[in-house]
Design a protein around this ligand. Structure first.
Ligand code: COA
Length: 533
């Protein structure tokens, strides 16, 4: 191993150790004390329940684990894991979306980020045609922030709106209630296709005992107001009565055992492991984010047999190959690739090639993976006159309209319009993953500092107080710190701008999962709007 390669590896391993630390804060909120409190209530930690729910020996693909840190909500800075666990697992062989409150985080109440995470999971499920299991244990809206979570289109009511519409499409909505479900939260039980409640653990009511007393003067226990017996024997609001969490999990599995097996909408070839091990990624990606990358070498680490069938390999050298296009298979599933290469600055030739390939894959009904490491489209008069705006817009049109499954993976800079053309969040990729090398922001810290400095200097000159060298340096540093901080995967991961920050050695496995899940629904016919070409 050359020095550079081992230095790269050391750097990335250290970065991923930081990621591990963040994940462990998310997975163990409140530490041992919170675990003991749960045990006293007769409850297992939420991830234990999920592991029991999915098929034995299979993996739970947990989404957005580092969501909710550093949010700066009034009185609550961190909401570990956004207070809710979401992810994909197989139940009787069928991919299923699991959405589970973590009652250790403020009684599983909904902060804005909790809601965003819940709705994102439902959106994936609806688009990919997955059944949903809700493990409900929540005090409902986080009351100090009710105005930010209750009344709007994408607020609390949207969770139930989604349940109703998914159920109407034939996607099963199963709720396992294992705690309090009060007020709006009670609808998670009553809106389900089938709801399972646990004796003396699960409660569901529109108003809890204190509210009932205040409103009507009636004094009643939670059990007699809306416990498992009440809803399975009297109100009929729930369907299955269980004595323990274990029995409740088994009941959910039994309900879903009657589901038809899912079908992949593509032929799956035999899986061939890469000849270049995925571990090699640690050695080939440089720690300096704006340093160029060798994408072909990266693709060898994730492709079956390390084989990349490149499209237009020789086209416009130095200008056309800042994006490489072509096809690979991942665990036997064919996929198109649109990948930044070198410095990743997108020239006209690269934009045109990428557009052409997106359209081609759409006619082939071949999914697309966008591997993003681009600081933007090429600027300057030559580029403008050649039509970078027009051809960049064509690329954005193609990305927007492509009906095939789209997955984005960010492994470097992710700035400006390149975020659009390479299928950023606003372009609705089925899944969006990033890594510790990802930096997502409108521009890099350095560029932002220069732009803002020019504006500030002009203002100060008009006032007759030009900036001193020291003030300039301080201003620049402040802007660089702000922009680079906001582009960091921890900042973006906290705000759900990615579905998961992956470790390099997880990339192949997660891409295979994402391809499989997003190919469960038939692919629509290609239709592109007002292309200019
Ligand atoms: N909004 C804000 N904070 C809430 C909350 C809510 N809706 N419900 C609970 N919390 C907070 C508590 O203040 C407590 O905070 P702390 O750890 O800083 O002291 C923490 O969450 C744990 O609550 P606690 O009551 O100790 O947990 P529990 O397991 O004994 O009971 C509930 C859980 C959900 C049954 C109970 O908290 C409850 O009834 N909450 C109110 C539910 C409600 O009326 N919601 C209406 C929303 S639409």
């Amino acid at each position: 191993m050359t020095d550079t390669r081992s230095e790269n590896r050391l750097f990335w391993e250290n970065e991923e150790r930081l990621l591990d630390e963040r994940i462990s804060q998310a997975v163990w909120p409140g530490g041992q004390k919170a675990l003991e409190r749960l045990a006293k209530q007769g409850k297992r930690p939420v991830r234990d329940l999920i592991q029991m729910l999915i098929d034995p020996g299979t993996q739970f693909y947990e989404l957005s684990v580092i969501a909710g840190f550093g949010m700066g909500y009034p009185g609550v800075d961190d909401v570990p894991c956004a207070g809710i666990v979401t992810g994909l697992g197989k139940i009787h062989g069928n991919w299923t979306m699991i959405i589970a409150n973590d009652s250790r985080v403020k009684a599983g109440t909904y902060f804005p980020i909790t809601l965003k995470k819940h709705l994102r999971a439902q959106r994936i499920a609806e688009r990919c045609g997955l059944n949903c299991v809700y493990i409900a244990d929540s005090g409902g809206a986080f009351l100090p922030m009710q105005a930010d979570v209750f009344p709007d289109e994408d607020h609390f009511g949207a969770m139930f709106y989604n349940m109703a519409r998914m159920s109407a499409k034939g996607l099963k909505q199963i709720t396992l209630s294992t705690g309090g479900n009060t007020a709006g939260g009670a609808y998670i039980v009553f809106m389900a296709c089938e709801a399972v409640m646990i004796d003396k653990l699960a409660y569901s009511f529109l108003g809890g005992p204190p509210l009932v007393k205040a409103a009507t003067g009636e004094v009643i226990s939670a059990e007699n107001l809306g416990g498992a017996r009440v809803h399975t024997q009297i109100s009929g609001g729930a369907d299955h009565f269980c004595k323990t969490q274990e029995e409740a999990i088994a009941t959910v599995r039994n309900i879903l055992a009657f589901e038809q097996p899912q079908k992949l909408q593509t032929f799956r070839f035999a899986e061939v492991p890469p000849r270049v091990p995925p571990e090699t990624i640690y050695e080939i990606l440089p720690p300096i984010i704006h340093q160029g990358i060798n994408t072909r070498a990266f693709l060898e680490t994730i492709a079956d047999d390390s084989y990349f069938m490149e499209y237009k390999k020789n086209y416009a050298p130095g200008r056309g190959d800042n994006i490489v296009t072509g096809k690979i298979r991942i665990k036997g599933i064919e996929t198109g690739i649109i990948a930044s290469n070198g410095l990743g600055i997108i020239f006209v030739e690269a934009a045109r090639k990428a557009t052409e390939f997106i359209v081609r894959c759409s006619y082939d009904k071949c999914p697309l993976i966008f591997i993003q490491s681009s600081p933007g489209y090429m600027v300057g008069s030559e580029s403008e006159h050649m039509g970078i705006g027009k051809y960049g817009a064509d690329m954005v049109r193609a990305v927007s309209c492509a009906q095939v499954p789209k997955i984005q993976l960010v492994i470097g800079p992710d700035n400006g319009a390149a975020n659009y053309g390479m299928c950023g969040r606003a372009y609705h990729p089925h899944f969006l993953f990033s890594t510790m090398r990802a930096r997502t922001s409108v521009m890099s810290g350095r560029s932002a500092a220069e732009v803002l400095l020019t504006i500030e200097q002009r203002k100060r000159e008009i006032k007759g107080k030009p900036m001193t060298e020291e003030e300039i340096a301080e201003f620049k540093k402040k802007m660089i710190d702000k922009y680079d901080g906001e582009a960091h995967p921890f900042f973006c991961g906290a705000r759900l701008l990615t579905d998961r920050v992956l470790k390099f050695n997880q990339i192949r496995d997660w891409l295979a999962m994402a391809l499989e899940v997003s190919l469960l629904q038939p692919i629509g016919e290609p239709s592109f709007g007002n292309m200019r070409f």
